[in-house]
Write a protein that binds this ligand. Structure first.
Ligand SMILES: C[S@@+](CC[C@H](N)C(=O)[O-])C[C@H]1O[C@@H](n2cnc3c(N)ncnc32)[C@H](O)[C@@H]1O
Length: 198
């Protein structure tokens, strides 16, 4: 998966390790922030032609970039690109999904003012929780610091910390000896419901 022996240096790398454990061929997954399409491609390669990936972005050029990346990798069928906000996820997805990934912040190489926002992100997480299968997972790579600020990070962390422990396993991973606000990783796993029968 990684070219270098060193990979414990980025949230995105850890996210990929977790995704490759959780997601299987034939599953349904969501890229809530398509950007340049790297995560969509990663998900599409795992779920294969029997699975499906929904990929959202509010920027038309992000959707175009993602489409081009998929086409250059011969992926045409199993990805549904949605040029709309992830806060409207329930309008587009009626299936149960195994995994939702958010890569927060702004699109590299694009307008830094167009960035994910706490209010929309939290609404999208909330709706995603309803769409998850038991054992399903939401992963958030949270960029913060200039120019994005810390508002989104603080609100998303506060929201995640308060999730019911009977229903969700929640973790937060920080890189504690790096400079310049390294992105952190938050994971929310929907616990498998077991009926109490004495
Ligand atoms: C850090 S980039 C994503 C990088 C991407 N995953 C990749 O592999 O290249 C964040 C993206 O979120 C998008 N975005 C911002 N607000 C959004 C929203 N409400 N719904 C969906 N996408 C949004 C931005 O347009 C931007 O492309």
């Amino acid at each position: 998966m990684f070219k270098s022996q060193e990979f414990l240096n980025q949230s995105l790398n850890i996210a990929k390790i977790i995704i490759s454990q959780k997601l299987k061929e034939g599953d349904i997954a969501v890229d809530a922030t398509a950007g340049n399409g790297n995560d969509t491609l990663f998900l599409a390669n795992i779920v294969g032609s029997k699975g499906k990936v929904y990929s959202f972005d509010i920027q038309a050029n992000a959707i175009d970039n993602t489409k081009s990346l998929l086409e250059s990798n011969n992926i045409f069928r199993n990805v549904k690109l949605v040029n709309d906000g992830h806060e409207f996820i329930d309008k587009y997805i009626k299936d149960k999904v195994k995994l939702v990934v958010f890569n927060l912040g702004y699109l590299p190489g694009s307008d830094k003012k167009i960035t994910t926002k706490a209010q929309n992100t939290i609404l999208a997480i909330n709706k995603s929780l309803d769409l998850l299968v038991d054992g399903g997972l939401i992963l958030l790579v949270v960029y913060y610091g200039p120019p994005t600020g810390t508002d989104e990070k603080e609100k998303v962390c506060a929201y995640s910390e308060k999730l019911d422990k009977q229903k969700y396993n929640v973790f937060r991973l920080d890189f504690i000896n790096q400079d310049n606000n390294p992105p952190l990783l938050i994971g929310i796993e929907k616990r498998v419901y077991r009926q109490k029968n004495g």
